[in-house]
Write a protein that binds this ligand. Sequence first.
Ligand code: PMT
Length: 403
Amino acid sequence: MRVALGVSGGIAAYKAAELARLLMEDGHSVQCVLTSSAQEFIRPLTFAALTGRKVITDLFHASSGEDVLASAVEHIAVAQENDVLLVAPATAGILAKFAHGLADDFLSTLYLAFEGPVVVAPAMNTAMWGHAATQTNLAMLAARGHVVVDPGVGHLACGTVGPGRLAEPAIIAAAIQAIAHPLRDLAGEVCLITAGPTQEPLDPVRYLTNRSSGKMGYALASAAHARGARVILVSGPVDLPAPEGVERVRVRTAQEMRDAVMQRLPESTIIIKAAAVADFQLEEVPRQKVKKTSARFSLELVPTPDILAEVGSIRGERLLVGFAAETQNLEQEARRKLESKRCDMVVANLVGGEGVGFESDDNEVLLVTRRNGSIAVPRASKLAVSHRILEECLKLRLVGQPA
Ligand code: PMT
């Protein structure tokens, strides 16, 4: 893999040389970028000798002719030529620049131009690490799906003892290996995932629906596919493209979703129900448009088929994961659904707030399991949350089925 290794200015910058060596040993090509502060701690020549490549040290380093133009767009070229951007050590300053999109040197400009995976390995004084500003910036980076290799605890150069020491180069190199050789831990599994809302017609022109965008279910489908599973995505009406490599079955109503799930159940090994299925429908849908004849209009609705409960009653050895969208008593309600619908796990999320739940790119969930208690997953991108859900599915596979 082609790794752009950014080194920012901290005493741990010298460890980046060992990291560059390990990355080369693992078969990666390494393009080093040193900030001006990093060059106060370690010379570019060290990295040039280790990687066999010119080290980038500033945004505008040429003085004449065509070189000036080439250097002015070099951050774009480096962004396009590399597969992963790794920053180690990442100071509080560079994390803040990344979090807020401040692009005033080569590394921070490269970050904005880079579209692939980003890994940061912070290193700093304990108080700086614990400062709310640093933690908020890190949370923002994690929410973008970036990998944060946490610092170790120990004696720091400034004389304090605590968290802030750069993670060992071997640990950081392992994070790059994990990206180069992604997990195939769901190989052999067939994941049946539901996503999006359903639409329950009221007449030929009107319907009942809800706010689900499908983002959560689609993120789950992408994550499961990336981990090697065959994925069948039963999707209500949403505006999202089908994730690459995923078989999508489009449905509209709860009844259609039920029929599609039941049809594909025999070949499935893991079922995850992220769809926001309408709970009620009209028993008889009028064939003609309902006319506005009076000021009031009443509807008598009947329940839709409870797909999760039906799957729970015939699931056999399959792993079954339900969702719970709640506005209060999150854990209590999720545990009730876990029992009544015979799930292995319920992914509970609070809905009705801003930034998580319906429509948002992020989510924050509680994984309520039968065997492993309840696990809080802090706010992160729906893709990152999906990977956390799948990791828990794998653990549940190991401990076995509910009694
Ligand atoms: O799609 P997004 O905009 O990304 O939003 C994501 C989400 C908020 C929709 C998602 O995270 C979520 O919470 N999905 C479940 C929503 C829901 O319907 O929750 P519920 O508590 O009403 O239902 C519990 C479970 O029963 C769910 O797994 C649901 O799919 C299932 N169910 C519900 C009704 C029904 N008739 N049949 C079902 O199978």
